[in-house]
Design a protein around this ligand. Structure first.
Ligand SMILES: Nc1nc2c(ncn2[C@@H]2O[C@H](COP(=O)(O)OP(=O)(O)OP(=O)(O)O)[C@@H](O)[C@H]2O)c(=O)[nH]1
Ligand SMILES: [Mg+2]
Length: 335
């Protein structure tokens, strides 16, 4: 299956102004009855051929994986998208009828003057069909660009989703273990999009997904950025690595971090969850101990499979944690 992103790159949706510009550049200068038919035909052909990819976009969306649909719905209103498809398909259908009807009427005109009048009327009617869809074309064009920029995640590939509160070191971890080089910074909410890196295990590769930081609040109260993380957590198969920050500078108290881990476990159902107590190189020993103790309770309850201590900036340590998760969860056969 070609990726959504690849397919979307072959789709081009024009604005109404683009259709007009193309018509202008191709407008026939011929005179006579034939010239009138040629003008009508040019408008019909260009409007219909320029909007051909609308059907392609509709097909692509109809086979879109739920993960991608979730991302789409964070930014676009599904009903508005459906309304845009309806508007365009109606315009294309009616345009065909008008072209046939007006072509016949031009041929049946008594003289050139009448032919010109009929032709102008037909052209106006066809154009106004597409003009009425102008805003919808813009919406579909934005949607196409959005799809082209989505992370190239294969929902069927083995996946480890790295999640957790802001600023705990999720991006640092993904940088350390995979091909991806997401931005790392010493402030919360650095990561705004879901991104993907890969790590090879023999001939199989595992996707390591970096997600924006989450707060321990209900879904309805989450902003668009948090919802992107939730989209990955809810819709991608695979296992979850929840990173926690035990240091005194952590963005969230340890209790809240534990609560967040619980919240995530409750929305991701049977997905396996592992916890990494991060920043062990700078955290005070007693803070690390306390974090491990609290998360070990989740392990005893069966919410979490394992609790690791690590420093994500140390790529040997981070890789060891990832390799252990991949092995224990049998994401990849034979290791
Ligand atoms: N000392 C130390 N610093 C770390 C470690 N992991 C991450 N950091 C630092 O913590 C800060 C946040 O790291 P990020 O990887 O951007 O954290 P994040 O969880 O992706 O943050 P958001 O995307 O904002 O949610 C950066 O200054 C990192 O250098 C670690 O293991 N040890
Ligand atoms: Mg980040």
């Amino acid at each position: 299956m070609a990726s959504v992103v690849e397919e979307a790159k072959h789709i081009s949706i024009p604005l109404y102004e683009d259709i007009l510009a193309r018509i202008k550049s191709r407008y026939p200068r011929r005179g006579g009855i034939e010239g009138e038919i040629a003008k009508l035909q040019t408008i019909y052909n260009i409007a219909v051929s320029k909007t051909e990819d609308v059907a392609r976009l509709e097909r692509l969306l109809s086979s879109l994986h739920p993960f991608y649909w979730r991302l789409v719905e964070i930014e676009f209103d599904r009903r508005a998208v459906e309304d845009a498809f309806e508007c365009l398909s109606k315009a294309r259908r009616i345009a065909r009828r008008l072209w046939e009807r007006y072509r016949y009427a031009i041929l049946a005109s008594r003289d050139l003057r009448e032919a010109r009048r009929v032709s102008a009327e037909g052209r106006g009617r066809i154009l106004s069909l597409f003009k009425r869809c102008g805003r919808r074309l813009e919406l579909l064009r934005n949607l196409t660009v959005f799809l082209q920029r989505l992370p190239s995640i294969n929902p069927e590939e083995p996946t480890v989703i790295v999640a957790g509160p802001p600023n705990v070191g999720k991006s640092t971890f993904v940088r350390s273990v995979s091909t991806a080089k997401p931005e790392v910074a010493d402030y919360p909410f650095t990561t705004k999009q879901v991104t993907v890196g890969h790590r090879a295990y023999g001939f199989t590769r595992v996707q390591v997904i970096d997600t924006p930081g989450l707060l321990d609040r209900p879904l309805e109260e989450m902003n668009q950025i948090e919802r992107r993380a939730v989209a990955a957590l809810m819709e991608l198969k695979g296992v979850i690595l929840f990173l926690a920050d035990p240091t005194k500078n952590a963005y969230m108290s340890l209790e809240r971090q534990v609560k967040l881990a619980r919240d995530i476990a409750s929305i991701t159902g049977s997905r396996e969850m592992y916890v990494g107590v991060n920043k062990c190189d700078i955290a005070e020993e007693q803070d690390v101990e306390r974090a491990v103790e609290l998360f070990t309770k989740l392990k005893e309850e069966g919410v979490v499979r394992e609790v690791y201590r690590l420093s994500a900036i140390n790529s040997v340590e981070a890789s060891r944690v990832l390799d252990d998760i991949v092995r224990r969860s049998r994401l990849v056969g034979g290791i």
